[in-house]
Design a protein around this ligand. Sequence first.
Ligand code: UT7
Length: 332
Amino acid sequence: MNKIRAAITGVGGYVPDYILTNKELESMVDTNDEWITTRTGIKERRILKGENQGVSVMGIAAVKDMLAKTKIDPKEIDLIIFATVTADMTFPATANIVATAVGATNAFSYDLGAACSGFLFGLTTGASFIQSGMYKKVVVVGGDKMSAILDYTDRTTCIIFGDGAGCVLLEPTTEEVGVMDSILKSDGNGESYLHMKAGGSRQPATRESVDKRMHFVYQEGSAVFKFAVTNMADVAAQVAERNHLTAKNIQWLVPHQANKRIIDATASRVGITEDKVMMNIARYGNTTAGTIPLLLWDYEKQLKKGDNLILAAFGGGFTWGAIYLKWAYNPR
Ligand code: UT7
């Protein structure tokens, strides 16, 4: 009997309407379009505005988009995994909120926290449930409302991140397509370089923690940059090499969108030219767990059955990883 693989059989996405441009950021902090563009590749990012609008709003819209395109009955979904670091609330899981809102009444659901690598961790986890034969329909969502945890007086972080969410549907196949291989890594030493100081159980919210602006992203950018360049490129090259993939037979590199310079370094390490690198960082910035599913959403119509994709990410934790994915369908 042929091995069961987990194929991506549908993609959905959502970005909010509000566009925060580099120009507008110039009026908020001491920065300029030229610095942001040359140092990061970002021109604009989307922001979810409005009262009581959590990341679930974007996750629900992304899953509904996928349901409309694949025409599957949400009652058939067995599991929803939501990768995010900006859950609506500490509990319950945002995945539960999404499952109920989209009518996935037979699914169980949970959140997964691996920061910018969250979607890759979720994809590998979801694929394992399919490959084991346990479940037939798994939805993996990746998304973040980074604007909720950004200090818009800190020019080193507020220019980088944006809001957005994407998702994929995983189903079993016995064809040679789907999630083929995966390397995932974490290193707790990364904590000091990229974290949010308060709001967790170590330092719950207090008047003082708010006054000291401890509920925002803290990042030592250039240190994170060095780890990201090395580790994301290494792991992408490793997964390619052990599957005998070279620039000739890789159709797409799908890199986490943190900084165009990190993307370029990863592409150059794998020997891939820019025309084969998925990129939307200029329009959305870094949406943390949202970047990779949003790339698949943006490029879906250009993907053909059998295309070899290398997905790669690096983020807070530290966490990083790469997945070899063989695309399972032609444009619909
Ligand atoms: O996705 C999760 C993982 N995160 C990442 O992968 C992010 C990795 N890091 C980066 O992308 C980059 O380090 C940043 C984009 C965050 C910063 O770029 P950089 O080239 O590493 O700049 P830097 O931090 O070394 O700062 C260089 C200079 C500093 O000024 P001085 O000390 O040289 O006078 C900063 O104060 O640029 C200054 N600077 C800015 N200037 C204008 C920092 N932010 C800004 C800004 N506008 N927004």
